[in-house]
Design a protein around this ligand. Structure first.
Ligand code: AMP
Ligand code: MG
Length: 327
């Protein structure tokens, strides 16, 4: 079976083709174009959607070319239907709908956050993990039970990705800033005390963001180092409690922030203490990409009929813990 997946929830427009044989999935191509705002600015939804419109056809043709297939070879098309920015989501949905209706191909709307998790499981081989989803749009700890992902901790305000991006922009980086902060953080070992806020098993980052902005006036590198140490320690504490509570023997990190080496280092230590296996999604597939959507659409197509074109909506705030999973 051959599937095409389209991702357009926020900064990234991406198309991917995956071939499923038995239970295995092979990524034949994954092409993306990322919208980058001016230095110091955040994502402007209208500008991001314009970017996606501009690049959608070239990304799609390069993706099909790379996979060495034509649209007519596809068995299904899936698109990220939420959560995300409305104008951006609509671009992917329109492309998917147009192809599905013109070529008469079954279509599947996919939850973007579940896409991160399913591709993570495919690529890491984790079977029944506690999942840490840390990205621009999410900071959540999840475990699967009775056909749904259940939340064992999340952010009460901004996400870990937003914390890094908003701080990074305040010191002049261009969004997304996680990698720039990571690179500057390794040049310091001078920890400056910052607010640490874990409530129950949830985290809150807004106080940490304001305090880090103010210490950055003295030293940007100390601020980056201290920000990472504090935010990641908060996450590690929640992960440790959730591992202990759920008794899971695997931890898997997915989402764009999973690319951060210091975060992995801290979480590996937690896993060692709990004798749990540690998995992290490969760097290339940590951030948003079409493969996440494609693989989840393929899994869904195994257990349910395609969606009728008139029901192919987008939903800006579609929580992953509301999705029933039958595959
Ligand atoms: P996503 O929404 O899954 O595409 O993830 C995007 C987020 O990942 C942005 O907030 C980035 O700043 C963040 N990110 C990307 N690379 C890194 C990194 N090396 N360290 C920390 N955060 C990162
Ligand atoms: Mg994402």
């Amino acid at each position: 079976m051959l599937g095409l997946g389209i991702e357009s929830t926020a900064h990234t427009f991406s198309c991917a083709v995956i071939e499923k044989k038995g239970k295995k999935g092979k990524i034949l191509s994954d092409i993306k174009k990322i919208y980058r705002p001016e230095n110091g600015e955040g994502i402007h939804p209208r500008e991001a959607s314009r970017h996606h419109i501009e690049y959608s056809s070239s990304v799609l043709s390069e993706c099909l070319q790379d996979a060495k297939i034509s649209i007519k070879d596809l068995d299904i098309i899936s698109y990220a239907a939420g959560p995300g920015l409305g104008p951006c989501l609509r671009v992917g949905a329109v492309v998917a709908r147009s192809l599905a209706s013109f070529y008469d191909i079954p279509i599947y709307p996919v939850n973007h956050a579940i896409g991160h998790i399913e591709l993570g499981k495919l690529l890491t081989g984790a079977k029944n993990p506690l999942v840490l989803l840390v990205s621009g749009g999410h900071t959540m700890l999840l475990a699967f039970s009775d056909k749904q992902w259940r939340v064992f901790g999340e952010t009460l305000d901004i996400t870990l990705g937003q914390l890094l991006d908003q701080f990074g922009r305040s010191i002049g980086f261009a969004s997304p800033c996680g990698k720039n902060i990571e690179d500057l953080a390794v040049t310091s070992t001078n920890y400056v005390s910052l607010p640490y806020s874990v409530k129950g098993n949830d985290v809150s980052f807004s106080g940490l963001l304001s305090a880090t902005k103010s210490i950055a006036k003295k030293s940007k590198k100390d601020a980056c180092y201290s920000l990472q140490e504090t935010a990641f320690a908060m996450i590690a504490e929640s992960v440790e409690r959730a591992l202990s509570f759920t008794g899971k023997k695997e931890l898997m990190i997915v989402g764009g922030v999973a690319a951060n080496k210091r975060l992995s280092e801290m979480l590996k230590d937690v896993c060692k203490r709990h004798r749990s296996k540690f998995f992290v999604v490969p760097l290339k597939f940590a951030g948003d990409c079409g493969s996440q959507i494609c693989w989840t659409g393929i899994l869904e197509s195994g257990v349910k009929p395609s969606t009728s074109l008139k029901d192919t909506f987008v939903t800006q705030s579609w929580r992953l813990d509301s999705v029933k999973i039958n595959y």
